[in-house]
Write a protein that binds this ligand. Structure first.
Ligand code: BGC
Length: 255
């Protein structure tokens, strides 16, 4: 198995790729980013994946995080991408256009995998939850280091709507809130999460985690809440690492 694997992080806003040293959990190339096309349909997004692969002149297995529920390579939801993804085989769509074998998993799950393997979650047993805060609100759940995939805690019913609509990073921007103002909202969600799951540790990832210092004081729950260590590249690194671990049961069932 090669040690340099291409990881791709497909987001509702940007599609990013990089070559990853999967032993060290480090990105060793530039970070190549293309804005997610609108509408974010399979026909518009697949050529962008091909462009990312071409940029790196890459041949080999590719890991890819995708912002929806993924089972056996098929998308079962589409909150911030075009609805035509629902029922589409993401794996087949992207493998066909790139000519490469792909491993596709939910984007928050792969970012969580990177954080558990190389970041703040390394060596953490018990129930660890990673919440990614960006355009959407993603979640990854680990029990004693084992991923429980597709949890979608950003879609918990909350405040007459769903949590994602109430406190995603995009909601903060849309409402023109400061990080502190948004932090109070997010804390309400964390209180709900703590009541439901009693996690041992919550790690915050995604763009908003970089501003943790500006809202850390608004968080009142007892569960330790900390920012991710991996920051921007967690999705790319986690995707590449998952591709490497493809032979594990949990991954082959998902991707
Ligand atoms: C999607 C999740 C995704 C999250 C972050 C949510 O809207 O439902 O699958 O992980 O956004 O991209």
């Amino acid at each position: 198995m090669q040690d340099l694997v291409l990881g791709i992080d497909v987001g509702a806003t940007g599609m990013k790729g990089g070559l990853v040293d999967v032993e060290k959990g480090e990105m060793v190339s530039d970070r190549f980013k293309i804005l997610t096309p609108s509408p974010a349909t399979p026909a518009n997004m697949a050529p962008v994946i091909a462009e990312i692969v071409d940029h790196f002149k890459y041949k080999g297995i590719i890991g890819c995080g995708f912002p929806s529920i993924i089972k056996n390579g098929v998308s079962y939801s589409a909150a911030n991408i075009d609805k035509s993804w629902i029922g589409t085989n993401v794996n087949k769509t992207f493998s066909k256009i790139t000519g490469c074998e792909m491993v596709i998993c939910n984007d928050a799950d792969v970012a969580g995998m990177a954080e558990m393997s190389f970041g703040r979650g390394k060596g953490e047993d018990g129930l660890v939850m990673i919440i990614t805060i960006g355009t959407g609100l993603g979640s990854a759940l680990f029990m004693d280091g084992q991923l429980i995939p597709n949890t979608e805690f950003g879609h918990l019913k909350f405040k007459d709507s769903i949590a994602e609509k109430y406190c995603a990073g995009s909601t903060r921007k849309k409402l023109g809130m400061t990080y502190e103002e948004w932090g109070h909202r997010f804390n309400e969600y964390l209180i709900h999460i703590e009541h439901l799951f009693s996690p041992d540790l919550i790690i915050l990832g995604g763009g908003t985690s970089k501003k943790f210092d500006e809202y850390a004081h608004t968080i009142t729950i007892k569960t330790p809440v900390e920012p991710a260590k991996m920051r921007n590249n967690a999705g790319i690194i986690g995707a590449a690492v998952l591709a490497k671990k493809k032979s594990l049961d949990i991954v082959s069932k998902l991707s």
